[in-house]
Ligand binder design. Sequence first.
Ligand code: 4AD
Length: 503
Amino acid sequence: MKSENVSISHLKTKVGRQVTLCGWLYNSRSSGKVQFLVIRDGTGLCQCIAEKGNISEQLFEQLKHLGQESSLKITGIVREEPRSPGGYELAVTGAEIVHQTNDYPITPKSHGIDFLLKHRHLHLRSQRQWCIGKIRHTVIDAIRRFFNDNGFTLIDTPIFTTIAGEDVGSLFEVDYFGEPIHLTQTGQLYLESAAMSFGKVYCFGPTFRAEKSKTRRHLAEFWMVEPEVAFIDLDGLLELAENFVSFIVEQVLANHHSELETLGADIESLEKIKPPFYRLTYTEAVEILTSDKAKDFMAAQLGEMQEQKQQSETRIAALENEQNQQGLKQWKKDKIAAELIELRSELLEIETKIENNPKHTKLAAEFQWGRDLGGSDETIISQMHDKPVFITHYPKAAKAFYMKTDPANNKVVENFDMLAPAGFGEIIGGSMREDSYETLLAKIKEQNLSPENYDWYLDLRKYGSVPHGGFGLGVERTVAWLTGEKHIRQCIAFPRMMDKVYI
Ligand code: 4AD
């Protein structure tokens, strides 16, 4: 029978036909006369059943000893099979081994995160990293589509810059033909210039921050998309941001149901992400943080976490018991070992949260108006909401020089952060920009920045200045929120952090 090369994602159109899959051995087990080989080809997973009698004795033996991640071309008849990972399986009729692999370092029994980060070049092949990578691709596609379809022009802003847009403490210095300059922290200031030419613009690229903190929300290199719009107001910006984020969520839900399921993401909650999002001023957020409502919420959370801890400990004890039983099959041992690693890391996380709960409750209760919201404050507010929350009008002193002072209250600026729900925290930061030459110059001086460096930026306020504003959305934080991934380092193929630059 003839055979054509197909990808796993196209198997549904080939039922009953003989096809060849080109891929790698993801997993296998054998039970006497039958071998179950799970193949991945970059488009999905497919279980291939090799039965003695249907293939040569020699090939049957070869397949039996094929190590994880060996590459091969495998031929067989496509059958519908709901229990197979993608819903179809292959009844094997032949195979060609392309590269036999032994001792692949990442075994199905799972490893700690440090080991996996050191093997990222190989770990990218794991099902989890594959699902995240596919979702990230769709997030980026949705970002471009949203702005391209809504009248925005893409402007590529420079990576080498001489001026700071955000906190000067997080600048990466580089030697530019003997002159110390830095890598971009934001394309915003350049975009403001472009917005005065094109009206609605966006930039999208890598962004660099020398973040010394090793939190789950910070990378040294991340991807940020920034729209900027002339003749807009704060309400218009919030509307743009909620439509934008809702579109991204809609696209991910429409294209990645099975990946989200594999990752254990909260699909039901994502389905609720539709405009309007919640809107709070900073002052209202502070009122919530210092209220009994927040205290009670944190106490209830503590109770829930203690219960989870107990359940986790019971399950770990049961698995440890099972692990010590005699005569356990290797695949079962691997399965238990993998679950134990997962459970122990979850337990550690719950214990840390339990330990932090009183500290964070106290920080929130004693929050003083004027401080910037910290990570734990954002987490509390976002945990108390089931849809994203905008927090607007932060104290002027806590924010960047370019943010427009609120004409109705000169203690605050017309800015906003968007917090993703369920404790995830900030994914967007944005603001209206100061459009008065005199006020902007005064703010640059107040923040000890050199006005000479901002000459061109100040020019924009001299020639046809208009109300304008924009925001920045971090891709990795967005992907982490959508996939339920706890650490954003899992949401970019090759993460850059203070202690990680190799690979
Ligand atoms: O709030 P940020 O610092 O805003 C700006 O850079 C503005 N100039 C954007 C603008 O108005 N055009 O950063 C925006 C977003 C954050 O909400 C977060 O999602 C992401 O960028 N981000 C980071 N992501 C990963 N690692 C880091 N170190 C990040 N810093 C910011």
